[in-house]
Design a protein around this ligand. Structure first.
Ligand SMILES: N[C@@H](CCC(=O)N[C@@H](CS)C(=O)NCC(=O)O)C(=O)O
Length: 218
């Protein structure tokens, strides 16, 4: 049975899963869902995922959503080693902490910008919202310390989830990480080294950037 991914590549959590799929070299059947047309609210999709969020993965009748949970599942089931999501309890705990940082800090701060932009058509990104993102970059700067990646010197699913959000904030939402040299270097390292970065993240990010440019008036 094929893996099905219900997906809209413009959105950061979807791109995180695409990065993971690339790293694992998985053959996945893409099922595009158009959030702008609210296709996620159609009864047939709500039956699969009552929370109606993308990405959603279907594996032979088993359904899981939330990008962080999907990435963990894919690595647990399909990876040939544990480098992307270590089995060692302490190493895994660090990866989990970064994944929750994306869920609980980075992504909500992105949504706090995108919801007023796309839904309320506010036309601008208020300075106090940019400041909240800079605060999050400051945390990332500290997490990175002397490491190349967020949970050590090898990339993990934590990098995939966080880079999808951070690159969207940096490149599309006008919140540059220039004052955070470790974050800036990590972004470039992800661009250079995450398998299939251009196809899995940059392509959707470029579409996202175009959409942001289209709604910014100031
Ligand atoms: N924490 C979730 C966030 C997923 C999420 O909020 N996805 C948005 C797109 S960015 C969505 O599908 N929204 C449609 C809806 O809630 O109806 C994840 O990492 O997958």
């Amino acid at each position: 049975m094929p893996l099905n991914l219900y997906v809209m590549e413009v959105s950061p959590p979807n791109r995180a899963v695409l990065l993971c799929i690339k790293a694992l070299e998985l053959d996945v059947n893409m099922k595009p869902i158009n959030l702008v047309a609210q296709e996620q609210l159609k009864p047939e999709f709500v039956k699969i995922n009552p929370q109606h969020t993308l990405p959603t993965l279907e594996d032979d009748g088993f359904v899981i959503w939330d990008s962080h949970a999907i990435c963990g599942y894919l690595v647990n089931k399909f990876a040939t080693d544990d480098s992307l999501y270590p089995k060692d309890p302490q190493k895994r705990a660090v990866v989990d902490q970064r994944l929750h940082f994306d869920s609980g800090v980075l992504f909500p701060r992105l949504v706090d910008i995108t919801f007023p932009l796309f839904v309320l058509k506010c036309g601008e990104i208020p300075e106090e919202k940019r400041k909240r993102v800079f605060d999050a970059y400051e945390f990332l700067e500290k997490f990175l310390g002397d490491s190349d990646y967020l949970a050590g010197n090898l990339f993990t699913i934590a990098d995939m989830c966080c880079i999808a959000t951070v690159s969207s904030l940096e490149e599309a939402l006008r919140v540059p990480a220039d004052d955070y040299p470790k974050v800036k270097a990590w972004i470039q390292r992800c661009r250079d080294n995450l398998p299939g970065y251009n196809e899995a993240n940059q392509a959707g990010l470029d579409i996202f950037k175009g959409a942001v440019d289209g709604v910014l008036t100031k």
